[in-house]
Design a protein around this ligand. Structure first.
Ligand SMILES: [Zn+2]
Length: 324
């Protein structure tokens, strides 16, 4: 089972055959729904004259400013309707790109603050998101995540996240944005509530902070998976901890390079993590900004010369829910 896909995947990498690669099922489990599309096709679809940005962000604030521009341009004070339209166009773009690229399983991360745009009417928000996802469901399996923005006030996080958890629509919980803000301890009651609902527990950690922060996040929040987690490669002890607990790291190589956390595909710590028995997946994070599809990520790693095609095939298979 799946052998033909593995053969095709290996053949595609070795021959540099991009169209064959796009016929091999792949998963994208670290993908922000509002930022996962193709910049050029999204821009022309919504008719904006927004300029393409630089692909490198030594300062994280520049990245965050660009995200804000994508969400609001050209409005100074967009209305709720304009914002909802903007987000729906971005979500559609994420599904479109994944399908075009041959991704067959996706965990798109939605943001709980979206609920404010729907005046806290959870039912109508879920209805909109479900109707949109239903347009794609014959072509891709979708398991939506709900995420919290670390920089928000805790009272606003609590106000929006609990109704999302209780809705049953979202299959996993996540915290994202600058991990230097909002310590994991603050989120414990929310993670416990999500666990009770049977949700998978994820969090962004180890993208900007060190290995100890990865371990602390996993322990405190009882995580199943870590988004990024790459700094764990700096500590044998933390890698052993992750390996023993079978914690999967959902890694986005182009994002790490463009946010200047890693120098190149060749220098990417996935090599070290694999050598230490850690289960990893390869994903896109924010394709609309980084300009890389799931297939590009696999080609870039293979072309670095650090991985065999068979090894990357195991990484590919790790992304599917039944991979344990
Ligand atoms: Zn992310």
């Amino acid at each position: 089972m799946g052998n033909k896909d593995s053969r095709d995947f290996i053949k595609a990498l070795e021959a540099g055959d991009r169209s064959l690669m796009q016929n091999v099922p792949r998963a994208d489990v670290h993908n922000h729904a509002s930022l996962g599309g193709d910049f050029h096709s999204w821009r022309s679809k919504v008719g904006l004259d927004l300029k393409e940005s630089s692909h490198y962000f030594p300062d994280f604030t520049d990245f965050q400013n660009l995200v804000d521009t994508i969400f609001t341009y050209p409005y100074k004070n967009p209305t709720k309707e304009q914002q909802i339209d903007r987000f729906l166009s971005l979500f559609a773009s994420t599904y479109d790109l994944a399908i075009t690229d041959g991704v067959t399983y996706i965990e798109p991360g939605y943001d709980a603050v979206l609920l404010d745009l729907f005046d806290m009417d959870t039912e109508s928000m879920i209805r909109k998101l479900s109707e949109q996802a239903a347009l794609y469901k014959d072509r891709i399996s979708i398991a939506p995540d709900i995420g919290m923005l670390r920089v928000m006030e805790m009272k606003d996080i609590e106000r929006t996240i609990y109704p999302c958890i209780e809705s049953g629509f979202f299959k996993a919980l996540d915290i994202f944005a600058d991990e230097r803000m909002g310590p994991p301890e603050d989120f414990v009651p929310i993670y416990r509530a999500a666990k009770k609902e049977g949700m998978k527990l994820k969090a962004h950690a180890g993208e900007l902070l060190d290995a100890d922060f990865v371990r602390r996040s996993v322990e405190v929040l009882e995580l199943d998976e870590v988004q990024h987690g790459i700094s764990a490669s700096g500590s044998k002890e933390v890698m052993r901890f992750l390996e023993e607990r079978k914690i999967r790291l959902n890694i986005c190589p182009s994002s790490n390079i463009q946010l200047c956390q890693v120098d190149s595909y060749k220098a990417h710590p996935i090599r070290i993590l694999l050598d230490n028995g850690i289960k990893v997946t390869v994903n896109t994070d924010d394709a609309i900004i980084f300009g890389k599809k799931s297939s590009d990520e696999f080609f870039s790693l293979f072309e670095s010369g650090n991985y065999s095609a068979e090894e990357l095939d195991r990484v590919r298979l790790n992304g599917f829910p039944d991979s344990n």
